[in-house]
Design a protein. Sequence first.
Length: 279
Amino acid sequence: MNTLRLPESFRVRVEDIRAGRAEPVPARPAATVVVLRDHERHGLQAFLLRRVRSMEFAPGAYVFPGGGVDPRDGDADLAWSGPAPAEWGRAFNADETLARELVCAAVRETFEETLVLLAGPTAETVVDDTRGDAWEADRQALLDRTQSFGAFLDRRGLVLRADLLRPWAHWITPKVEPKRYDTRFFVAGMPEGQRARDVSTEADQAFWVRPAEAAERGSTGEWIMLPPTIATLAELAEFETVADALAAPREIVPYEPTAEIIDGEAYLVLPDSIARHYR
């Protein structure tokens, strides 16, 4: 199938937007990171969070770490290793400023939600442990925006490791949604020595899972998942190791599902290449 039925409450909004009686909410730039690891017994695994059911956006959904861009993420003074913002811009069809913000948001949000930090003392190293009260204080300062990401890295003498990230996908929330994001997806390997943990108040579960298993549970409706999550997991299920996934060539094509009225009911229409991951 290439359509997903929407709740009845969406029907009026779909009609209003199509008739020009309502304007879509602007999509906020955001970044999401699929953190991967190689497990001795289970093979390739991805880190997932389950959002608490009180959340306004995607309550109860299984998601990857990520969130909206902070304008201060574009600070050009922070130490940077890896592909330059212009190169990321070419991959994601974004200008250089937005590309810098997206990469910084990807690293910042991953640290805020999991304490995984893709940064190190030098351009060739990565922080090997983010446990302890001092790291938690830094995380809280980033969360309440009393400290910018650039200031955090500078104070600790750290270099952002953009070379540990790879561009993966680009999804835009449908115009019918009351809260929208223009999200670039990244993948990254779990840094040696660090531990991914559930430290976010926005999640009530966090765990490692094989992409194929998670995609299966999402496609059958056992786990609540948005289309981008299912599609990304299904794509990653084709790889055996982190190295394989990071080395895979990617052509980033933006996907923005549309909402239509079919036989009097509202449906989300997905591209055929994405819809094939549903059952």
